[in-house]
Design a binder for this molecule. Structure first.
Ligand code: FE
Length: 337
């Protein structure tokens, strides 16, 4: 009766117990991990009586949907990162949903103009600064990452990673391509080492004295603080909400889309509405130290302790539209080289 988890590896995806046209069910393809979804989906089933089936995968869900075509059992896709979400739109795999409830719960800049995706949570892409070697207030914006004073003092993951591409896309939206190219070159010149690892690894590098600043998503820091082993490392850094006093901090999203082929469309829309509701938003955001997308729900726990985030209200769609230009810039300045 509870959430049925189908598979975690691509190999196992072939033998799914999903059945199309089932009544009283909703089938979910998810890039989000099971532990995040379980409490939410249990609450949904309790409230509606609708069962949920989840296929979890780290990659390849868009390709799978494409392959399955009209016969796909998937009703909704749950994803992270705007470029991944946009891929579903560009491949024409998702359908428009426009309901009063969804419009009321999710602000305009956090949903597709035709309802082809809705954000469910947001995360800030922040600057982490060594408590020891960087004074508070010494850096306050993304733009300053290119200043000479940080030469050899910054660590980041690959410039090609979707999280960085989205940040660079937002820079293009604000400053244009030519200026962003100069900025990115400046940032590259300031790197302490070749881009590598994930966002957490950059915080570790600060703790080890390799660099003094890094860029990373807010929930990585939150989840490090929640982990007994990693807390002492995370405690070596201050978090900076870049551009908080200006245009706002760059945020990315996790979201949900209705598939074009959804066999259980009504149930799928009920799930989407439920996930945007204050009750579900609270559970979802807290599970991964993210921000609720529904502005009526205040962040809680650790996230609330960090203080208010002032998000850049640039439309996520515009960020997605600049993706290709951002990838080209990363190549041009040989960011990872
Ligand atoms: Fe992540």
């Amino acid at each position: 009766m509870r959430m049925k988890l189908a598979a975690t590896a691509a190999m196992a995806l072939a033998a799914l117990p999903l059945s199309a046209n089932a009544d009283g069910e909703v089938n979910i393809y998810s890039y989000r991990q099971a532990y995040l979804l379980e409490p939410l989906l249990n609450a949904f089933t309790e409230e509606t009586g609708i069962d949920t089936n989840v296929v979890f995968a780290k990659q390849g869900l868009a390709e799978r949907l494409e392959r399955e075509g009209r016969n796909s059992p998937a009703d909704v896709v749950m994803t992270v990162d705007i470029s991944r979400i946009n891929e579903l739109v560009e491949k024409d795999l998702v359908a428009s949903v426009d309901t009063d409830t969804l419009h009321k719960n999710i602000p305009e800049n956090l949903r597709h103009p035709e309802g082809k995706w809705y954000a469910l949570t947001t995360r800030g892409r922040l600057i982490f600064a060594s408590k020891e070697r960087v004074k508070e207030g010494e850096i306050t914006s993304y733009e300053q990452l290119a200043d000479d004073k940080w030469e050899g003092r910054i660590c980041t993951r690959s410039g090609k990673h979707p999280y960085n591409i989205a940040l660079f896309s937002s820079m293009i939206a604000h400053h244009g391509e030519a200026e962003t190219a100069k900025w990115l070159e400046g940032l590259k010149d300031n790197l302490a080492r070749k881009p590598q690892g994930g966002d957490r690894d950059q915080i570790k590098a600060i703790a080890e004295g390799v660099c003094d600043l890094s860029i990373g998503n807010s929930y990585y820091y939150g989840n490090m603080l929640k982990d007994d082993k990693q807390r002492p490392i995370a405690e070596q850094v201050n978090l900076v909400f870049p551009n908080a006093d200006g245009r706002g901090t760059h945020v990315n999203i996790s979201g949900i889309s209705l598939t074009k082929s959804a066999p259980n469309k009504d149930n799928a829309i009920k799930l989407m509405e439920f996930l945007s509701s204050p009750e579900a938003q609270r559970i979802y955001a807290e599970a991964n130290t993210e921000y609720p997308a529904n502005p009526d729900v205040k962040p809680s726990g650790l996230v609330a302790e960090w203080g208010d985030i002032h998000p850049d209200d640039l439309s996520l769609q515009e960020i997605a539209n600049n993706r290709e230009a951002a990838v080209k810039l990363v190549d041009r300045v040989d960011y990872d080289g």
